[in-house]
Ligand binder design. Structure first.
Ligand SMILES: CCCCCCCCCCCCC/C=C/C(=O)SCCNC(=O)CCNC(=O)[C@H](O)C(C)(C)COP(=O)(O)OP(=O)(O)OC[C@H]1O[C@@H](n2cnc3c(N)ncnc32)[C@H](O)[C@@H]1OP(=O)(O)O
Length: 242
């Protein structure tokens, strides 16, 4: 049987091999990217706290941070590119669903429908996203710098157990709150007859989006549970081909 020491050296070699396979340019870019994103979400966290301390209410908070949020959340699209070109070992599909659902929440729900911007559910997903992203990007940064404090690793692979369901609840409640406004205004919808002969009802589209959380969310959640077992408990997980 292999001793703990031997196990440790095998793990160390494996880590070193993984790092060597990433080019220096990729490591430099990822380090810069993760530091910038950690800073961006920290700025958002501070702006939210400052707003709440000064005003004593969540009303107006979204509007005050909207620009910064839109910028940093949209930039996250490059993460799909990271997976596609293979500089991070993550599934394009899993990352794509995660990033696109966030971008959809920001641009096509919260930003487009002013009447829902003061809903408590918006604050719920904003707080959850912010805490999650500060932890996730600082995890990647310290990991790339080979100085990962255990508490960040622990937080990265435990917080999501609470944060994912809370974030999803905030997002679904926000879409639900948007439904009456979408139905009343007919926004982003196309009714027949029109010159393209195409009909699209954003109201029903939103209902389909809400229903799509039922099959998609468990996949993201179980993906994170597998990552947790792999990183915290050292289990070897054989990934299925996509
Ligand atoms: C058109 C509209 C469509 C709408 C569709 C709606 C349906 C949506 C349904 C689902 C909705 C979900 C909504 C989610 C809301 C929330 O976010 S709530 C808040 C809680 N959220 C979380 O906790 C997020 C958890 N998810 C993630 O962390 C990721 O997004 C992930 C892609 C799902 C998983 O991350 P993954 O990268 O696979 O795992 P890791 O263990 O972190 O990393 C794996 C390896 O990749 C390396 N790596 C990844 N990214 C980087 C990077 N930026 N820099 C450096 N390295 C990176 C990482 O180090 C790992 O490498 P190895 O060590 O070599 O394995």
């Amino acid at each position: 049987m292999a001793s703990m020491e031997e196990d440790g050296s095998v793990e160390e070699k494996d880590n070193n091999n993984k790092k060597r396979t990433k080019s220096a340019i990729a490591v430099a870019w990822l380090t810069f990217y993760n530091i910038a994103m950690t800073a961006g979400w920290l700025v958002l966290a501070m702006a939210m706290m400052r707003f709440y301390i000064q005003k004593g209410t969540h009303k107006g908070l979204y509007k005050s941070i909207a620009r910064t949020l839109k910028f940093f959340q949209t930039v996250a699209l490059v993460e799909v590119g990271h997976c596609a070109i293979g500089i991070v070992r993550t599934s394009v599909i899993v990352t794509g669903v995660q990033v696109c659902s966030r971008i959809f929440m920001v641009w096509f729900i919260t930003n487009s429908i002013k009447q829902i911007q003061n809903e408590e559910s918006v604050i719920l997903f904003l707080v959850v996203w912010t805490l999650t992203e500060i932890t996730r990007y600082s995890f990647y940064t310290f990991n790339l710098l080979n100085h990962l404090p255990y508490f960040i690793k622990w937080a990265r692979y435990n917080m999501f157990i609470i944060m994912y369901p809370l974030g999803v609840a905030g997002e679904l409640l926000t879409i639900y709150a948007a439904l009456p406004f979408v139905r009343k205004t007919g926004m982003l919808s196309m009714r027949l007859p029109n010159k393209y002969n195409v009909s699209f009802d954003y109201y029903y589209f939103l209902i389909i989006v809400m229903l799509s959380y039922i099959p998609l969310f468990p996949q993201l959640f179980f993906h994170m549970l597998r990552q947790r077992r792999k990183v915290l408990l050292g289990e070897i997980i054989v990934e299925k081909d996509e």
